[in-house]
Design a protein around this ligand. Sequence first.
Ligand code: UD1
Length: 351
Amino acid sequence: MKTLHLICAARPNFMKIAPLYHALKNENWCDLKIVHTGQHYDYQMSQAFFDDLDLPSPHYSLEVGKGTHAEQTGQTMLAYEKLCLTESRPNLVVVVGDVNATLACSIAAKKLNLKVAHLEAGLRSFDRSMPEEINRIVTDSISDYYWTPSEDATKNLLREGVHPEQISFVGNIMIDTHCMMKDKINKKRTSELFGVEEGGYVVMTLHRPINVDSKEILQSIFEKISQIDLPLIFPVHPRTKKALTEIKNIPKNLKIVDPLGYVDFMNLISSAAYIISDSGGIQEETTYLGIPCFTLRDTTERPITITIGSNQLVNIYNLLDKIKHPKKGSIPPLWDGKTSERIKDIIERII
Ligand code: UD1
């Protein structure tokens, strides 16, 4: 029996570990442990996703919580090292995505000479002012196994000197999550909760420091979206909630709501006219669903959502023009719901 740690910390991680957990949970060679570092801790940012995705309570909760980047990263390293030394020494550590815990746990594990696999490896925005870009680069400089969602990610790793044998192009795990939850998603009618008609509304999400940490920038985004002639549903992330307290002019067409669970949110975006967001994962989910997405950022680490998918980068100056030209796009290779099966085969081989 081999012990495998699935590390999760923040909202986007829970969606990525769920299909892998379900693909591995009944394998008799695998002692599967979910490690929750505690970066996201509110019910709506964490437990709601465990409930929706049918995940058991984490086997280990490190309860690191909020803090500066160094505090969060350092405390996660300390807590995870202690776990590996005293309670559970894994044969393989799987880290996902690009949050602070991805970086912290991969460093702590490698210093203990443990094997690390990075799921969603190789994505690059080439913008080092994004904390996630630093997390991606550092994690990808020390991992043992690299599981990429797209060929651009594989190319980035090869260019950075990763050996081809360490890289597997496995596809996009978030699509597995969607496929796994499809029936539940389709049964919902989230738009009814907000009194809007299917196809007649926009969903907006914003939480990147670059968009929400400055009152002036957030105010100018609001000024632009007040000119959109559709209602906008705006599920608000805790970081953005803090920023909103300082904003005076909330547009009349903006409906501010609490963060939604996975199933409700997926149903809401699948019936939207289009999405305005600065999220990473939503660029992929909208590409899969063929829903136009306008990403309010200068760069993306997921260029395939632009070259093949329905995503476009926008800024506050061109947003109103761009939304007149939505894109449907198509689905990238291996975004087929079978990524977790491919990873299961790889894990069985390597451990
Ligand atoms: C983190 C990730 C980001 C990801 C996002 C998804 C990093 C560097 N950033 O950003 O990549 O897209 O999660 O949501 O890892 N807070 C709460 N309750 C919670 C969680 C957070 O109130 O359950 C508050 C924190 O106290 C903090 C703020 O929200 O003040 C930001 O949380 P933090 O985890 O530091 O970063 P995110 O902006 O959520």
